[in-house]
Design a binder for this molecule. Sequence first.
Ligand code: TRP
Ligand code: ZN
Length: 862
Amino acid sequence: MNATAQDRTVTLLADYRPYPFNLTETRLDVTLLPDATRVRAAIDMAAVPGCEGSDLVLDGGKGLDLRSVALNGTAIDPAHLRRDNETLTIAAAALPSGRFTLQTEVVIDPEANTSCEGLYLSGGIFCTQCEAEGFRHITFYPDRPDVMTTFRVTLRGDLPVLLSNGNPIRQEPGLAEWHDPWPKPSYLFALVAGDLVAVPGRFTTRSGREVVLNVWVRPGDQDRAGFALESLVRAMEWDERVYGREYDLDVFNIVAVDDFNMGAMENKGLNIFNSKLVLASPETATDADYERIEAVIAHEYFHNWTGNRITCRDWFQLCLKEGLTVYRDQQFTSDLRSAAVKRIEDVQALRARQFREDQGPLAHPPRPDRYEEINNFYTATVYEKGAEVIGMLRLLVGDEGYARALDLYFDRHDGQAATIEDWLAVFQDATGRDLTQFKRWYTDAGTPILTMEEHWQDGTLTLDFAQETPPTPGQPDKPARVIPVAVGLIGPDGTELMPTRVLEVTEPRQSFTFVDLPARPVVSALRGFSAPVVLRRQMDDATRAFLLAHDSDPFARWEAGHELAMAALLRAASGAAVEDAALIGAMGRILADDSVDPALRALCLHLPAEEEIAARLAMDGMTPDPDAIHAAREELARNLAQSHAALLAGLFDQMAVVGPYRPDAADAARRSLRLAVMGLLSRIDRGARAQALFDAADNMTERMSALSILVRLGQAGPALRAMQARFAADRLVMDKWFSVQVMAAPPADAARIARDLATLPAFDWRNPNRFRALLGGLAANHAGFHAADGSGYRFHAEWLIRMDSVNPQIAARMSTAFETWPRYDAGRRAHALAALEQIAAKKGLSRNSREMVARMIAAGQS
Ligand code: TRP
Ligand code: ZN
């Protein structure tokens, strides 16, 4: 390791100690200038009783140009000050007894800050990102979530809009004063300043508080902010109705900025968003974009209670706020749109991102116990698996138990920085259930593999379960967990024999029996995806087709079709002759069934992704061949299209949506089926429908879907030029333009196309969205990224190295494209390892990338 002795390397959960000072109020006075912003801080505090001899250690790095430090107005003798790369320490001897005020003054350079962390400029707008540890780049402070104070903020600068957290106290030209009465940790601090316009709204809470809502955007973008505002109102209503949670300030501000590392941030009263999650018009945003905007607006709003009013004691507890808030936003979408479709989409995303993480070198538990760089732990495991764990908890304690536990959680922990232990204690106290074994879901990494075998004799059905979790880095042995398995039994005539029952598998091996059955039923297992496990069971194609036709649980129904397709693809990808008659027959029946929601039919029509097929082969001990997988999937799609040409052509016409574009679930469902059908038909109509739809479309959903097909067929030249000509000035549309060209490209060309696109002046790579569009696009092209000649890996390595000096968070995040490298053949592994080693060898590599690359390289050494 090339860290200096002073630099912190590993942070351990076991090392947690409370902060020895009690902070009560923070006053900030910020004078905004692009290259020299002055930050004066005054913090009221006192030593915690019993800790009076402690030195005062503040976080703050080299980027802070320290101008003065005073205690109660008197400058500190420099002999009492110590600075290293990451902290400023004031010796205990210098501290007054009792309550005192620490005053500091620093100058920082937002214009030179390219990391999108701390205070930076995005398109001329001053903005901040403080989670997890960005506040320490703004001023010296105990930058940890368990230190909470009220904030008074004065902003000065010749800028039309000056925003911070809380309620506005004073607004005059060049000056604004804000007061946030709710004690909060520094990671929830925010300021935004610049030339912005508001799209206003209002909301009256059920106890009568009048709240002013604003969505702030750049002038000219006002007509694309309406949907975000409507989504906010829906989220506020929903949280009152379902969780009994009201908003607690006079204003709620949302700001859209173009340069942002993630989706959005829940700063108290001042959420800051990546503009792609706010701005939407039919011409520029797809149905998926609209759904995501609604969900993320809700997610950040819901954080006001689950994250802000109750925050995390330390960053190991991140899933306390993120798992719960994802769970809540999933419930919200499921209530507002189709619950069945939402559940299937969430499971698909979980498997694609979290299972992938859990099965590779980056596996970690929802609550990790060590990290080098906390930003590397904003992962699918912490977020999405964190949400699944809550779904299981709810299944185990019941809906009423869940409601009681949540009420107790808000009662007991409001205003506190809490832990996963606190969270589980609330459930134990509210329901009486012992959660000792359940806690393993938080502390143990890895996806359990649950095997189910059926035995039938004389009217008795026995289900034998066995669970096993493969080792993950640092966790060789995995004790049994409690796994809730929702089961239904379906009679030979397709009727349900009993209400869904939740079996609790708690042992390594365990059996359950069902007696007095009139005939052998078909077992529908893991309904609703009741636990985030891999379920293994022997099933023939006929049984899968039966479940696809009859299962009353929509998830299980979709899963049966998915498994049917997966079985055909696995056979084809491992060299066996393509046998897809069962799949083709079953697909035909579901497609033609008008009683099935078009969105569900569309989901059934989507074949398993190439990445998912590779993961399955690897899990079964085989070495996936990306080219063979691609070829098998293409062939299956062609066979499906040929076999159902007439049915598909009919559906394509039947599902056309008449009237102006609306982003609601019903219209989006019809479009999704129509576009999935168009994808299959493009295998036999040479893209004729796609070209016609691209030319005629009045919305981005149809346009992008058509464009993706044209790219795959290698005939997108004119369409790409048309889109570029029309949308050159629209960053969000141009991101799509970049990504589709590599994502949908024939795999053999993908890396070369990416390389060509990277030379265009429009490839503004320092913008996180643009960088993600191109590199994420290539990573999403499975056979293209994993090209046998290593060209995909080399392209990534070169750009990650370049990005690392500019924006370490983005470089480290995008490096996860490599996380599956150990599963491929020796040739590919050698190329991938060389690429990772090239990154590791870079001089001055960030802590972010260093940790990620080291964890991935270590996988090759076991
Ligand atoms: N807390 C944010 C959310 O989930 C995400 C977040 C964490 C973030 N770190 C960030 C956003 C850094 C932007 C940049 O809602
Ligand atoms: Zn969140």
